[in-house]
Design a binder for this molecule. Structure first.
Ligand code: ZN
Ligand code: ZN
Length: 418
């Protein structure tokens, strides 16, 4: 199937002004919070060797079996557009021999071939942090808190966080066996996918969205019931650190998240405004992943948040009627040089400026200023040039007055109201 050059591929979206500005704002809020937490930005490729994702998420995870954009390049290499952030970051930390502990954050596009629906796209944007080399349960709580602070900063007030522990290599085998036995007795009620999950990783049955499967695991043994002493203690400390901050959280014994690399803490943010089943993001601990990638044993934990759904859940501030933009309007060719100089000077002062060089008439230049939703026009004609002043017109009110050359930056800034 081929598309037309006039429509975007299914599951993608364009961010056009002013929405593109909203997206940047949301990213900035996240960057600021991450930097405050001591995280530094990491930028990794948007595609990796396919093995990076297969070895981390798990060969039979939904991501790997159904959702990856995988391809062979012209050199016959198996590559995949990144479906999530953690594996590439972990690969980069090992490859660049970063010293741990290290705290990293990322912002960027990710790709999954899923069924497009409200707030879910095939190319989507995520922000996330990864803390490598820190094992304390207080770090788990800090990271969970960072996510809730992000949502709070954006005015999302109905977000709760669900928390669970899925144990470690010591305590998981006993649970796995108990769960397998339990599910074998109910095999007839499970979907075809879950038959495979049952053999390879029965924990995944908890993630199945099929109604019969959800019902079948209602009373299934949960990882929580099988936690070893150390995992139990870790989990209690995470929960008490969240409670101490007054953070709204609820236990969800069935929250396992569909990735092989998680252990102990898993968590997910749920916003009521998106509907019960939909999460804004989540994360978990992955104390074995660095070792599994061939690096030195290093604990890790991370969170990833989807920006499209975050923007759906966040209240939209009314867009300002006028942009923070000034137009320099010139009357005759004799003022063109002066118009350019003024634009340069204002930009050096940090004032956004445009000049329409094509419109030969003032009326046309005013039209351009209005189309660009500029806040004001600064007019230079022969009179102004002779007197060393400018005429400043407020496009919101229509008021016009003279300002001296020295005062022009300040006068323009005063018109940038909101
Ligand atoms: Zn354990
Ligand atoms: Zn199922």
């Amino acid at each position: 199937m081929s598309g037309t050059p006039r429509s975007r591929p299914k599951g993608t979206q364009d961010f056009v002004p002013p929405d593109s500005g909203r997206m940047l704002h949301v990213e900035d809020v996240f960057r600021r919070l991450a930097e405050l937490g001591g995280y530094q930005e990491i930028v990794t490729p948007t595609f990796e060797h396919t093995d990076v994702f297969v070895k981390s998420s798990g060969e039979d995870s939904d991501i790997v079996t159904k959702e990856m954009y995988s391809f062979k390049d012209r050199g016959e290499r198996d590559l995949t557009l990144r479906p999530e952030g953690t594996p590439g970051v972990v690969r980069a930390v090992i490859e660049n021999r970063l010293r741990v502990p290290c705290r990293l954050y990322y912002v960027g596009p990710f790709f999954r071939y899923g069924r497009p629906q409200k707030g879910r796209f095939r190319e989507f944007y995520q922000v996330g942090v990864e803390a490598l080399g820190e094992a304390s349960p207080l770090v788990d709580a800090d990271i969970i808190y960072l996510g809730t602070e992000f949502f709070r900063s954006l005015g999302i007030s109905d977000c709760t966080v669900q928390v669970n522990s899925i144990g470690c290599r010591e305590c998981r085998p006993a649970h796995r066996e108990a769960l397998r036995k339990f599910l074998l007795d109910r095999k007839g009620r499970l979907c075809a996918d879950c038959h495979v999950r049952l053999e390879r990783n029965p924990l995944r049955v908890f993630d199945c969205k099929v109604e019969d499967c959800r019902a079948a695991v209602q009373d299934a043994p949960t990882p929580r019931q099988y936690l070893c002493k150390a995992c139990e203690r870790h989990h209690e400390q995470v929960l008490s650190a969240l409670s101490r901050r007054g953070l709204l959280h609820e236990a969800n014994d069935r929250l396992v998240r569909g990735l092989d690399y998680y252990n102990r803490t898993t968590f997910e943010y749920i916003s009521a405004s998106l509907g019960a089943q939909d999460s804004l993001g989540g994360g978990g601990r992955y104390d074995y992943l660095v070792g599994d990638f061939g690096g030195p044993d290093t604990p890790g934990i991370g969170v990833a948040i989807g920006l499209e759904r975050t923007m759906l859940a966040a209240p939209v501030a009314p867009a300002p009627a006028r942009r923070h933009l000034a137009f320099v309007v010139w009357l005759t060719d004799a003022e063109l040089g002066a118009a350019q100089d003024l634009a340069d000077r204002l930009r050096a002062d940090g004032v956004p400026v445009q000049v329409d060089y094509d419109a030969r008439k003032v009326k046309g230049q005013f039209k351009s200023a209005d189309a660009a939703q500029a806040a004001c026009c600064i007019i230079i004609g022969p009179d102004e040039l002779a007197k060393g002043v400018y005429s400043l017109k407020d496009l919101a009110t229509g008021e016009q007055r003279e300002v001296s050359s020295d005062a022009v930056s300040e006068a323009v800034r005063a018109l940038f109201r909101d």
